[in-house]
Design a binder for this molecule. Structure first.
Ligand SMILES: Nc1ncnc2c1ncn2[C@@H]1O[C@H](COP(=O)(O)OP(=O)(O)O)[C@@H](O)[C@H]1O
Ligand SMILES: [Mg+2]
Length: 594
């Protein structure tokens, strides 16, 4: 018997319901308002009172309205047909709606019940299976979508029967499993899972170490992210968080990309809906949208649904990871998510933590990031969820709670800086403060050395050191004036500018420069570092800037040219002769790295 209740109080979308039976934390209920059933989630229970957050406007709701509790938490449906969909935070299919936005109390089916999928069995009668075992496979937009033993099943089961290869709808029973007591369980291609609970069907979660190539130089070269890694992009409004995240989601070598657009302005989301279907996947030449899922909750949608959206996105990501796929999950912006938490916490009149965020904000953020990761599955295969969130700290203050708590858990830090954005040095990632902890992992070093070469990590470290040194010298020149420091200082400064302009800066809106494959990143970094280690003849500081501006210009032209094309090689030849002009004799023969 389902528990029923009656509305006792309404504060915006926080509703107090007096219940006639048991209710559980995070249980879903529907409140009936003028014939519409509005979905809500239990966020606190005190005695007979359940406090629920309604995922919709509570306009028209009144004391005495009735509620029914559903005996399950907020769930998603997992099955083939999610790729290329646009969902809202409650997994409503937005394309089934009229217009982009949901009407109150409208809930749509996330999956297509009629579409037939070509099922190929992977298990056979008599096999022993456990939660997450691959029973079969369908092709979902060129991805092997594994149909798995439902995650909620405990213990092991025998496959009693499994259908033969053929075309079936998602609700068709594809396998019957028998438990230890001889009870049969029918398995279709769909299963449900509560979004706030991690899907745990792996045997191990080792430290991630394999580079996830993004084609963005400041990431791959300077601060690499790995398959199953975590990162975050803090930055004030307009510094390029969304542009950078989109560049990563378009280019990263992931099997599946999930974008959680959380609480940003509606027009930005409409832009994604327009832009993404047009994009071509640089790796396969097919439409990028085929392997993408967008989960959208704009700033004008109800706050509670915004909180749900990041969990919905993470749960779908974990589902595809359990199939042995590489999933990239992006959330923009996690600050809006935290604001949703804050609003609810305040309405509940909880004791507030710093900046009125909930006291347990740090645990909430840590638990969320902990769901990402690189996993070993029970069948020996691996899968990953890489998570990158943006943070929009008010006024760019990196000491605010969301940024600070995220910094504790995310392993990569891509700090977007107002000053760099103002100078149009895009992506405006601060080269000094940003970091990737993965660079310090011996297993990563081994991996990247194998992939790129012995001298890669030393070159990256040299580039970082030179950026530091360049910044120090720029400060000295600022204080003492151009004449106040030796000419060599200018040379060191301009060598850091060379790294900045050629490696760090990258035009996200240029067809060629926007994505740099790793091989090309290696060639360019080597060129730049070689030049940094050359000794040039300069009489006075003006010559230094003039000379380096010319070098930078040529190298930038190379960045804009097709790799190893005639044009690319023409610039390369120009570069060589330009360098010869000022090279000191003894350095000509061996432009060695340090
Ligand atoms: N990599 C880039 N290359 C060129 N322009 C950029 C780049 N990143 C950001 N911009 C410029 O900055 C603007 C704001 O970026 P956006 O990502 O929307 O900021 P945020 O999400 O941080 O508010 C963009 O519209 C674009 O003009
Ligand atoms: Mg943005």
């Amino acid at each position: 018997m389902k528990t029923k209740g009656v509305v006792k109080g309404i504060v915006s979308n926080l509703v107090t319901i007096e219940v006639d039976g048991p209710v559980a934390q995070n249980e879903i209920c529907f409140v009936s308002v003028r014939g519409r059933a509005l979905m809500a989630e239990v966020i606190k229970v005190i005695g007979k009172n359940a406090y629920v957050q309604v995922f919709d406007s509570t306009r028209g709701m009144k004391v005495g309205d009735e509620a029914t509790f559903e005996q399950h938490m907020l769930e998603v449906q997992l099955g083939p047909g999610m790729l290329s969909k646009n969902f809202d935070g409650l997994q409503n299919d937005l394309d089934k709606m009229e217009g982009v936005f949901l009407k109150r109390g409208d809930y749509t089916d996330p999956l297509d019940r009629e579409k037939k999928w070509h099922f190929v069995p992977l298990a056979k009668e008599g096999d022993t299976v456990v939660a997450g075992s691959w029973l079969g496979e369908v092709d979902e937009n060129f991805q092997p979508h594994r149909i798995m033993t439902p995650f909620a099943l405990e213990g092991s089961y025998k496959v009693k029967s499994i259908v033969t290869e053929g075309d079936y709808v998602v609700d068709h029973v594809v396998a019957v499993l028998t438990d230890a007591q001889g009870k049969d369980i029918e398995v279709s291609m769909v299963q449900r899972w509560p979004v706030k609970k991690p899907i745990l069907v792996h045997v191990d979660k080792p430290r991630p170490y394999k580079l996830l190539e993004t084609g963005v130089r400041i990431i791959d070269t300077m601060n690499p992210i790995v398959e199953g890694g975590t990162g975050f992009i803090p930055g004030p409004f307009g510094t390029g968080k969304t542009v950078l995240q989109h560049a990563i989601s378009k280019q990263a070598e992931a099997d599946i990309v999930i974008i959680a657009a959380c609480g940003e302005r509606a027009n930005e989301i409409v832009e994604i809906f327009k832009e993404f279907p047009e994009l071509v996947d640089p790796h396969t030449g097919r439409k990028l949208m085929e392997r993408t899922i967008i989960i959208a909750n704009t700033s004008n949608m109800p706050v509670a649904a915004r909180e749900a959206s990041v969990y919905t996105a993470m749960t779908i990501a974990e589902y595809y990871r359990a199939m042995g796929l590489k999933v990239l999950l992006m959330a923009d912006s996690t600050s809006r998510w935290a604001q949703a938490l804050r609003e609810m916490s305040n309405r509940l009149e909880e004791l507030p933590g710093p900046d009125a965020f909930p006291m347990d904000l740090s645990a909430i953020i840590a638990n969320f990031y902990a769901r990402a990761g690189y996993v070993q599955l029970k069948n020996g295969k691996t899968g990953s969820v890489t998570f990158i969130g943006t943070v929009s700290p008010a006024g760019g203050n990196l000491k605010e709670p969301v940024t600070e708590n995220t910094k504790k858990v995310a392993r990569c830090f891509y700090a977007l800086e107002q000053a760099r954005a103002d100078r149009k040095r895009y992506p405006a990632v601060n080269p000094i403060d940003s970091y990737s902890k993965y660079l310090e992992y011996p297993e990563f070093e081994e991996y990247i050395t194998e992939l790129v070469g012995e001298n890669w990590i030393p070159m990256v470290n040299e580039a970082k050191t030179r950026m530091h040194r360049g910044k120090e010298i720029a400060e000295q020149i600022n204080i003492l004036g151009d004449d106040g420091v030796p000419v060599e200082y200018h040379e060191i400064f301009w060598k850091s500018e060379l790294i900045d302009f050629v490696i760090l800066q990258q035009d996200a809106f240029d067809d060629i420069d926007c994505v740099t494959p790793l091989e090309r990143q290696e060639v360019m970094l080597k060129k730049v570092i070689d030049i940094c280690n050359m000794k040039f003849r300069f009489e006075e500081f003006n010559e230094v800037s003039e000379f380096f501006k010319r070098i930078i210009n040529i190298l930038k032209q190379m960045n804009y040219s097709e790799f190893r094309s005639e044009q690319f090689e023409k610039y390369e030849a120009q570069l060589v002769s330009l360098l010869q002009e000022r090279l000191m004799e003894e350095a000509v023969a061996t432009p060695e790295m340090k």
